[in-house]
Design a protein around this ligand. Structure first.
Ligand SMILES: Nc1ncnc2c1ncn2[C@@H]1O[C@H](COP(=O)(O)OP(=O)(O)OP(=O)(O)O)[C@@H](O)[C@H]1O
Length: 308
């Protein structure tokens, strides 16, 4: 039986990149007489419910191929929809078309739409990757992430970037511009990390991020040694240094792309952990704002199937 492609598309991703990728993809599918159906994201969050329904309808049909066209936020929504379905092992293919595209960067996904379609049509491979799961004890919210869940500095950058029109105008650089705003405005806060039966408390944290791979904020290598295949999550706590020291450490991290070994940086790798903040702080999940909350987060590493 011939294959059918199901495109889950966010035209709002990556300024015009989402639209460009979608047009390109449909052109290739049509030129090759391949059957397809498109589901457009109608509003923020739409792709979660759409992916859940689609996975339930497709029932792991091996001839049905789901492709996400969008950025990290769209991939996150589709992953969460698939995980909520009766078939959480449903594989998803991904055509990165966002602004930051941190997940694609971490996996070094470099194919063109043409190459992706040819591979998926001729010899698709299912590969298992890690993702993170969180449950906020304070709000009963839960979900999965492909990149990271961050509180503090990175969430401030995401909130500023998403709440301005900067992504449209400046694309990838909008994250960089807001880093400087965050350096000036993000206050320190208290955080406790419980991991491997040990409790680590900090009164002067600047960010606490639980990550599946090295990058956040459109390519900032917060933990170069993190891997989305090692069945571990990593939590990084950065204590607030002086302004000049922060600029120095941040620049060093970006230039050397090496793990920062400085007393202000603390790393914890494990299969599960708990992160608790006392005060209201901004959170970000795969580059999408979680709002300002008291977080008591139970994390564990989970997995999903990527079709390549
Ligand atoms: N129909 C829509 N109208 C307005 N916004 C939408 C619509 N559909 C999705 N969105 C929102 O678009 C935003 C951007 O999505 P996405 O993350 O895919 O791209 P990006 O932000 O450009 O890329 P990245 O996350 O990799 O930086 C998300 O917050 C998503 O909820």
């Amino acid at each position: 039986m011939s294959k059918k492609f199901y495109l889950l598309v966010n035209l709002k991703s990556g300024a015009d990149r989402g639209t460009f990728s979608y047009r390109n993809t449909t052109q290739i599918l049509e030129n090759n007489n391949l059957a397809y159906e498109t589901i457009f994201s109608k509003y923020p969050g739409y792709l979660t419910q759409a992916a859940q329904q689609l996975a339930n309808d497709l029932k792991l049909n091996p001839n049905a191929i789901i492709i996400v066209i969008g950025g990290d936020g769209s991939l996150n929504q589709v992953l969460n929809g698939i995980k909520r379905s009766a078939y959480p092992q449903t594989p998803i293919a991904y055509l990165p078309s966002g602004t930051g595209d941190d997940f694609a960067r971490a996996l070094n996904l470099q194919y063109t739409p043409q190459e992706l379609i040819a591979k998926l049509n001729n010899h698709p491979e299912v590969k298992e990757f890690d993702c993170g799961y969180y449950f906020n004890v304070n709000t009963n919210q839960e979900g999965y992430f492909v990149n990271n869940l961050g509180i503090g500095f990175d969430a401030y950058v995401v909130a500023e970037t998403n709440n301005s029109n900067m992504k449209k105008r400046w694309g990838h650089f909008s994250y960089g511009i807001n880093v400087f705003k965050a350096i000036l405005n993000q206050p320190a806060f208290s955080v406790t990390v419980k991991v491997n039966d040990k409790i680590h408390s900090f009164n002067n944290a600047y960010l606490v991020t639980t990550t599946n791979h090295p990058y956040f904020g459109g390519g900032v290598p917060i933990l170069p040694k993190a891997k989305p295949t090692n069945h571990l999550l990593d939590t990084i706590v950065v204590e607030k240094p002086s302004f000049f020291k922060f600029v120095y450490l941040f620049s060093k991290m970006i230039i050397t792309k090496k793990q920062i070994k400085d007393p202000h940086f603390h790393y914890y790798g494990a299969k599960e952990m708990e992160v608790i903040t006392k005060d209201l702080e901004y959170g970000q999940l795969d580059g999408e704002e979680l709002g300002s909350k008291n977080f008591d987060l139970l994390f564990h590493v989970d997995k999903f199937n990527l079709l390549l």
